[in-house]
Design a protein around this ligand. Structure first.
Ligand code: GUN
Length: 296
């Protein structure tokens, strides 16, 4: 039987409506959440992410301070802008779009962000807090995956989850979030990567598969147990002369074949993608509430 499609656009729209309502309530108390966005260089994928983030802020009523810097911006200039935002009361969240140009040390830039404004959850302080189970900003893409599972009625507790990919942005934080002793966690997690000996045997064990390897067709139908839930984090451009822009987007999962074995599956586009930005709005709102002593 063909899998039910998890509609990330719909889940994201529901959450964004909740966020927009909360932002409107805050405005009655003269609090306007603000996000500082910094993009260095002209990477086309990053440009389209950043544009979508800015549009989403506007729709939610969140102020966004958009900064496009040239590819030859120095590390010190970038850090100076981060520090200016750290000291700006109108800014509750700072987002430096990754990847940065090669001449810039990414770790140094992430360390410069005030952990209380680190709405990406990439600062080592937030990463450490997340790992030990303290309150922290959770990284947006993995948190978005968890929200998709929960809002689709998938039970995470006790599930065997296999994550394919060990990036700092998705695989590593998601594994940590899923093993926490809390309402997002209590799963049994395996993380697979390029040196995993028998990927197929590992993935076949999974009740929930998360593909985050950054390569098309990493998860094929022969690796999927009947009835598994499949979350595809991949966003890959493949050439397609039939499209006006010359390419189409595909995930890391062989969608057409895998959907015949899975019980639930996310499409690409329209699955995890819209959730990443939604969780960024969520963290920015959360940060504005914290900065104003509002706890929920
Ligand atoms: N590049 C790809 N994903 C992300 C993300 O979630 N945040 C930032 N800052 N850069 C990214």
């Amino acid at each position: 039987m063909s899998a039910k499609i998890i509609d990330g656009k719909q889940v994201a729209a529901d959450m964004r409506a909740e966020i927009k309502n909360e932002v409107a309530e805050l405005k009655k108390q003269n609090v306007v959440p603000g996000l500082g966005v910094i993009l260095v260089g002209e990477d086309p994928a990053s440009q389209s992410y950043v544009k979508a983030k800015e549009r989403a802020c506007e729709e939610a009523g969140i102020f966004s301070d958009d900064n496009r810097l040239s590819a030859d911006t120095s590390e010190d200039e970038l850090i100076a802008l981060v520090e200016k935002m750290n000291n700006d009361d109108k800014i509750n969240g700072i987002l430096v779009q990754l990847p940065l140009p090669k001449h810039i040390n990414e770790s140094r830039v992430l360390l410069a962000i005030d952990p209380d404004k680190d709405v990406d959850g990439f600062h080592p302080m937030n990463v450490g807090k997340m790992v030990v189970g303290e309150r922290a900003f959770l990284p947006c893409t993995p948190h978005g995956c968890i929200q998709l599972l929960k809002r689709s009625g998938v039970k995470i507790e006790g599930a065997k989850v296999v994550i394919v990919g060990r990036s700092n942005i998705v695989g590593k934080p998601l594994a940590n979030m899923l093993i926490q002793k809390n309402e997002n966690g209590n799963a049994t997690v395996t993380v697979c990567h390029t040196r995993t000996k028998n990927l197929k045997d590992e993935v076949l064990q999974a009740d929930i598969i998360v593909a985050a390897a950054g390569r098309p067709n990493t998860v094929t139908a022969d690796m999927v147990k009947d009835g598994a839930v499949v979350i595809d984090v991949g966003v890959n451009r493949v050439e397609d002369a039939s499209r006006k822009r010359g390419y189409r987007l595909v995930g890391d999962v062989d969608f057409e074949a895998v959907k015949e074995k899975a019980s639930l599956i996310t499409p690409v586009p329209g699955g995890v993608g819209p959730m990443t930005i939604t969780m960024l709005l969520f963290n920015t709102l959360e940060s504005a509430k914290r900065a104003n002593g509002i706890t929920t």
